[in-house]
Structure formats: structure tokens, C-alpha cells
Design a protein around this ligand. Structure first.
Ligand SMILES: [Zn+2]
Ligand SMILES: [Zn+2]
Length: 165
């Protein structure tokens, strides 16, 4: 049975006893405790704060094992570095195109869409991951798009007409 948890993270202490986690595995889960989606490098930094001397190779081996157990998930999108997160539940992602911030989204209604597609195309064993991209509220506040875009197109237009003369 899956232990009770909040949707953002995994209780490393509880899991340590349940799965007899090694020091490294517990440190990786602790580092991911706040629900962050971390690259292997950022994960290494956080783990080193608890266990100095840990190598990047150890991080990769450890997250591989934790993924096999089902405690860590990997998220890859559009050529960005793979991100690791401690999560037990199926979820989807909202990704900011500007700062690459990632937010977990729970979307139980997607299941019925997937089922309808599966029925129509006679598929079984289906799965689906939704990635919604856009601009987060922070980035929208810092850089209104219309101003920048109109500036750029005006400059392009000037350059083009200058070349023509
Ligand atoms: Zn952003
Ligand atoms: Zn996620």
C-alpha cells in the first residue's frame, strides 16, 4: 500500500523505515522534499549539503533505483535537462517558457479523454502526460510581451527598408 502523503512530496522518514533506505537514498529524498523539480546537478548540490563527497555518478545511480521503487519521477521536456522529483502520484506539468519554472498539475478528467481515444483506436494499456506551456505570472509581470515585440518588428522594418534604398 502507498503511504499517506501530501501530493507535493514524499515523507523520507517514513519511507526510510519502509524501504530501508540507504543514507544516499534518504538524502536524495530529503533534497526533493519540497516538491522541487531538480536537475541532477542541483540535486547533487543539495545532497552534498547533507553528505559531502557524493559524486554525480552516485546521484544518477541513486535516482535510478528510486525510480524503480517508484519514489522518484523524471520529467523531460523539449530538450531541457531532465528534472527529478519525489512524487508517488500521476500528475501533469505546467512549464514557463521564460524561466522554465515547473508546476505540478492534477487533472483527473484527462483519464476520460484518454479512455475515449483508446476506445476509438482500439488501444489498451494507454497512458498520457500533458505538458502545458506558457508564461508564468512572475515573468509576465517582469516583461510585458507586446512592447518588446513591437519594438523588435519596428527595428526589423527599418533595417529592411534601409537595405532597399
Ligand atoms: Zn516564468
Ligand atoms: Zn512534477
Amino acid at each position: 500500500m502507498v503511504p499517506a502523503m501530501d501530493s507535493n512530496g514524499v515523507d523520507a522518514g517514513l519511507l526510510r523505515s519502509r524501504y530501508r533506505l540507504t543514507k544516499q537514498r534518504a538524502a536524495v529524498l530529503n533534497a526533493l522534499d519540497d516538491g522541487a523539480h531538480l536537475t541532477a546537478e542541483s540535486l547533487l548540490e543539495r545532497v552534498r549539503a547533507q553528505l559531502p563527497g557524493v559524486s554525480l555518478g552516485t546521484i544518477y545511480r541513486t535516482v535510478d533505483i528510486l525510480r524503480e521503487i517508484g519514489l522518484v519521477q523524471i520529467f523531460t521536456h523539449n530538450g531541457l535537462a531532465a528534472r527529478y522529483e519525489a512524487s508517488l502520484s500521476k500528475h501533469h506539468h505546467l512549464v514557463c517558457n521564460v524561466c522554465h519554472d515547473i508546476t505540478n498539475v492534477h487533472l483527473p478528467t484527462l483519464g476520460s479523454v484518454v479512455n475515449a481515444i483508446a476506445t476509438q483506436y482500439h488501444y489498451d494499456d494507454t497512458d498520457a502526460s500533458l505538458v502545458v506551456t506558457g508564461r508564468c505570472a512572475n515573468c509576465a509581470r517582469e516583461a510585458p510581451p507586446t512592447h518588446i515585440d513591437s519594438d523588435r518588428s519596428e527595428r526589423l522594418f527599418e533595417e529592411t527598408s534601409a537595405r532597399r534604398e
